[in-house]
Design a protein around this ligand. Structure first.
Ligand SMILES: Nc1ncnc2c1ncn2[C@@H]1O[C@H](COP(=O)(O)OP(=O)(O)OP(=O)(O)O)[C@@H](O)[C@H]1O
Length: 328
C-alpha cells in the first residue's frame, strides 16, 4: 500500500528488459548486440490513479506495457499487476485488466462489431444478462449504435477505436492500459474518447495507464506523469511540475480585431510569430513567471482581442528538454 487505504494496482521493481540482436558481419561471422529497452525501472500505481507514461520514440514505453500485461517476459526485476504475476498468472490477470493497443486490434475483422462483444463475453465467462447491460451502456456512451452491425474491417479508425475501447472494458476491469489510444483520431473523436475514459474512471474508480505522444491526452486524463528516457525513469510527478521543471513555454495565440504591428513589448513574453498582417499573433511565456490571463490583460491594453487560444508545449519538446537538463 502506498498511501493510507489506497491499494496498489501496479508494483514495478527494478524492471529490466534486454533484447539480443544478432547481426551478420561477413559471410560466417555473426555479432551480438544487446539493446536495453527498459533499464531497471521502479514505480507504484495505486487504485484509481490515471497515469501517463510518456517518452520519445524507442524510449521503452511499449516494452514496459507489454511486461505489465504479461505479453513479454522481463529479463530481471519484478512486476505485480492487480496483485498477480502477469506472465505466470496471465489468464487470471485477463479478468482484471483491459488492454488497448492503438496499432493492434483485438476485434474479429470479418465479424460485425457486435459479434466481437459476444465472443469476448464468452471468453471472459461473463454472466448472461449482465454483460448485455454493460455492452448497451458502452454502446450508448461511445455512440456506437450506428455501426454495431458492420464488419470491423469496414469501420473508420475512429469507429474501430471506440470498438477497441469497449472490447477492453466490457468485463469492467479495474486496470485499463492504453497504448496510444488516440493516435490518428480527429480532434472531436479524441475529445469524445477522453471524456468517456474520464467518466469511466469517475464512476467505477478504474485505474488508467496510458502511453501517448499527445499532450492533450495527458492534460485531459492524467493526474500523474512518468517520463521514460532511454529505458530509465526520468520524471515522476504532475504535468505542471514537469513543464515547470523543464521550463517549457506556453504560447498565447491572439486573433485581433484589426491588423496590428508585432506585439514585441508585452512584459514577460516573447513574440514568436504573426500571420495575416498581424491579425493573429503568438506570444510565448513561461508559466512559472506569468499567466495567460496576465498576458491577455497586457495585450488587451494595447489592442482589441477577438479570440484566443493557449497552446501547450508538445510532449516531444518537454521530453527533449528534460533529457537535455538531466545529469547523465
Ligand atoms: N522485439 C524487439 N526486438 C529487438 N528490439 C526491440 C524489440 N522491441 C523493442 N525493441 C527496442 O527496444 C527499444 C524500446 O522500444 P519500445 O517499443 O518499447 O519504445 P517506445 O517507447 O514504445 O517507442 P514508440 O513511441 O516509438 O512506440 C527500442 O530501441 C526498440 O528498437
Amino acid at each position: 500500500m502506498s498511501e493510507q487505504g489506497a491499494r496498489d494496482v501496479l508494483t514495478v521493481r527494478d524492471l529490466r528488459r534486454e533484447f539480443v540482436l544478432r547481426q551478420s558481419a561477413g559471410r560466417v561471422r555473426r555479432t551480438k548486440r544487446v539493446v536495453t529497452a527498459v533499464d531497471d525501472i521502479s514505480f507504484t500505481i495505486t487504485a484509481g490513479e490515471a497515469v501517463g507514461y510518456i517518452g520519445a520514440n524507442g524510449a521503452g514505453k511499449s516494452t514496459t506495457i507489454k511486461m505489465l500485461s504479461g505479453i513479454l517476459v522481463p529479463t530481471s526485476g519484478t512486476v505485480r499487476t492487480c496483485g498477480l504475476d502477469p506472465v505466470r498468472q496471465r489468464r487470471e490477470l485477463a479478468r482484471h485488466i483491459g488492454v488497448v493497443f492503438g496499432q493492434r486490434s483485438q476485434l474479429w475483422w470479418d465479424l460485425p462489431l457486435v459479434e466481437s462483444f459476444r465472443v469476448l463475453a464468452a471468453i471472459h465467462g461473463l454472466p448472461d444478462g449482465a454483460w448485455q447491460t454493460r455492452r448497451d451502456e458502452l454502446v450508448d456512451r461511445l455512440e456506437m449504435a450506428d455501426f454495431l452491425a458492420q464488419p470491423v474491417r469496414q469501420l473508420s479508425l475512429g469507429q474501430r477505436m471506440r470498438g477497441e475501447v469497449a472490447a477492453a472494458l466490457l468485463h469492467s476491469p479495474e486496470l485499463v492500459v492504453l497504448d496510444e489510444p488516440t493516435i490518428g483520431l480527429d480532434v472531436l473523436s479524441k475529445e469524445r474518447l477522453r471524456a468517456f475514459l474520464r467518466a469511466e474512471r469517475a464512476e467505477h474508480g478504474t485505474t488508467l495507464l496510458l502511453t501517448t505522444h499527445d499532450m492533450g491526452d495527458i492534460e485531459r486524463l492524467c493526474d500523474r506523469v512518468l517520463v521514460v528516457d532511454h529505458g530509465r525513469l526520468a520524471y515522476d510527478g504532475t504535468l505542471p511540475g514537469l513543464v515547470t521543471r523543464v521550463g517549457a513555454d506556453r504560447v498565447l495565440v491572439v486573433d485581433l480585431v484589426e491588423p496590428w504591428p508585432d506585439l514585441v513589448d508585452v512584459p514577460g513574453t516573447r513574440h514568436v510569430g504573426s500571420q495575416g498582417d498581424g491579425l493573429r499573433q503568438r506570444l510565448a511565456f513561461a508559466p512559472e513567471t506569468t499567466t495567460a490571463a496576465t498576458v491577455l490583460a497586457a495585450v488587451s491594453e494595447r489592442v482589441e482581442v477577438r479570440d484566443l487560444a493557449v497552446e501547450e508545449p508538445d510532449i516531444e519538446d518537454v521530453v527533449r528538454r528534460l533529457y537535455l537538463s538531466a545529469p547523465r
